[in-house]
Design a binder for this molecule. Sequence first.
Ligand SMILES: Nc1nc2c(ncn2[C@@H]2O[C@H](COP(=O)(O)OP(=O)(O)OP(=O)(O)O)[C@@H](O)[C@H]2O)c(=O)[nH]1
Ligand SMILES: [Mg+2]
Length: 416
Amino acid sequence: MGFFKKLKEKFVEEPMDKAVEESIQKEESKTIESDDADRDEGFTENLEGETETENEEELESVEETEGIDEHLEEFDETEDDENQEGQPHDPEEVEDKEASIASKFKTGLAKTRNSFTSKINDLVARYRTVDEDFFEELEEVLISADVGVNAVMEMIDELQMEVKRRNIKDTRQVKEVISEKLVELYYGDEDQGEVEELKMNPDGLTIYLFVGVNGVGKTTTIGKLAHQLKADGKKVTLAAGDTFRAGAIDQLDVWGQRAGVNVVKHSEGSDPAAVIYDGIQSAKSKKADVLICDTAGRLQNKVNLMNELAKVKRVIEREVPGAPHEVLLVLDATTGQNAMSQAKTFAESTDVSGIVLTKLDGTAKGGIVLAIRNELDIPVKLVGLGEKVSDLETFDPHAFVYGLFADMIEEEDDET
Ligand SMILES: Nc1nc2c(ncn2[C@@H]2O[C@H](COP(=O)(O)OP(=O)(O)OP(=O)(O)O)[C@@H](O)[C@H]2O)c(=O)[nH]1
Ligand SMILES: [Mg+2]
């Protein structure tokens, strides 16, 4: 079956019985693994007031804000009792979920798709048959979408081989092969079609550390993620580790209140490692499932910033063995190759476990996702597709490629 047809079946039409069966099996095994904790317990605990963190040693006093709205807020997203992990079991729900993920990628990637699709269509219209010049122009189109020079070279080579192997002469048929190769480019040799979710600690507190230069979207992403985790029935604490930028603490606080989660903060200018330490103690005493740590994007200079992040990380490692479970480097997709050089700098001094690529909705160069994975071998775990709280998605390469080729895929003739 053609690749467009596969994507269409997955994201647009009713999935085949086999696909449904597989996803049910996957969802069931997930539920068995993860659902022994009674989430309602966490909720009642919330109502029973606070256990105060006992501060130790030299640490400054913690000012904690409980989300005031927390108890008043309707649990609109967790209303289904049997479905506390937010994972649909019902085949129809699985299908709905896939369709909604696909439509989010489609909307979020509109700018990239519009520019990319029109260039590809134009190319295919001008070259009826596949030849050297066609590939040369295709190379330019891909580079202009920020797929990355090395990645593009690799892809063009493979594309040429594939075209020969399948004896493709007509450029229209090449579109589909391009989409398939883009997914392969992301996965490299390990294409199992797996979507890489954020790691969770199976026995206790999970800690995510967010890093990245100023303005890339760290705090916003933390707010979105807190909201989603809470909707999935998790108890979340945020730690306001950006004590450098004026207003940063309040900004996280607002997100915390909006999501109805606990925020641990100190005053501006205080030691970030001490804030994170208190965050961990607070999360432990409240039996939180997840602690998300915000950090500064800018200090006096880069060396200071890297040293500070290293110190924060050491505190986390010492307090919770195995933590941080993710060090997420946030990159702004609209900055293109600049994002790539930031990634290299951070990867050198911190063990980055995953990338969060924000503002994909704001660029026509969404190909950067593929370049990052290809050049740095760090998985893209989350993508920001807009400014709304719901505009954060687990990165799914198939949904991404669907988002890029949606118009062509939807036109795909069912009979072929
Ligand atoms: N369009 C769009 N805007 C986003 C997205 N993610 C974040 N933003 C915007 O990016 C701007 C900066 O976001 P912040 O979360 O403050 O960035 P930060 O990395 O915490 O910045 P510092 O605190 O200065 O280090 C805000 O205006 C956000 O609304 C996204 O996915 N799409
Ligand atoms: Mg911030």
